[in-house]
Design a protein around this ligand. Sequence first.
Ligand code: TYM
Length: 335
Amino acid sequence: MSEQQIERRKRALSCIQPTGTPTLGNYLGALRNWVAMQEEMDCCFAVADLHAITVRQEPAKLRQQTKEMFALLLAIGLDPEKNVIFVQSQVPQHTELAWLLACNTQFGELSRMTQFKDKSQKHADNINLGLFAYPTLMAADILLYQPDYVPVGADQKQHCELSRDIAGRFNNLYGNTFVVPEPYIMKAGARVRSLQDPTKKMSKSDENQNSFISLKDDKDTILRKFKRAVTDSEAVVRYADGKDGINNLMEIYAAVTGKSYEEIEREFDGRGYGDFKVAVGEAVAAELVPVQERFDALLKDKAYLEEMMKKGAETASRIGARTLAKAKKKMGFLL
Ligand code: TYM
């Protein structure tokens, strides 16, 4: 390994779709880890608005939600001076590389993606080509920035692995072009489940509002939703098979407080679920309320948000253009 390689800071990239307000699942599974990573790595974070249109979106709402998601990335503590933070559709290299990668991705590979299967069932009237090709756009999002790590929740692992396969195959065919990235999945918070059906992942598109904590929920709502969370009849706070509801609450509490399961079991030894649910709600509210306050202030500062978006898109485009030119040249395109 050359000295330059040893000294190079690790890079990370991740994105989030601007479809509705993120949940506690997005926050613990992804966003919060991004904040920690910015200290150690060179990071790019994007609002993946192009991904959002794989299901039908109302234009005015998409526009508003994209702005809000960008503001939220700043509100959680991502520093636009330290990271490249941008909106995907403002960086045209993503769609261009996606086409090059689409021609190097097999129908069979895309057919195996569980998210495609789920979403095509859910939106049976709109199984569009974009929904099917989505992982090739995601691969382009990643590979453009040559990251070492892709911090995501467990549900995106399969897409990240496909990106690795695509990168590896491209490198073999055309010569070394892309860094083959690794998914970076934190254990605590990687799979936050529904509060009403803890066998399912917590999702903002769930019809039952009590099943998820939205990052915009106020303290009372957070406490109420945890109070109503589905548990079991054993009334002992312990992490064990068959206790999906309690396991989920313990995972959330562990992720927010940094406590281990043993510590949590000791803390609630001899106490009922009622106390435990209040403690989880309080801990989550203490984490989210300051984020909400920063978010509200940022949303009012339109000029600042626009300036940060422009700056982020320019930097991302500069980095992306370099990788794209490299890929095109290797494939035989005239530059
Ligand atoms: P999205 O927008 O659905 O979710 C954003 C991030 O949140 C994580 N996440 C969860 N983590 C734990 N528990 C949950 N219940 C939960 N729900 C969501 C997701 O794993 C994700 O990390 N395809 C991506 C967006 C994307 C992307 C990319 C990600 C587009 N291009 C490039 C990484 C790299 C998506 O739809 O995530």
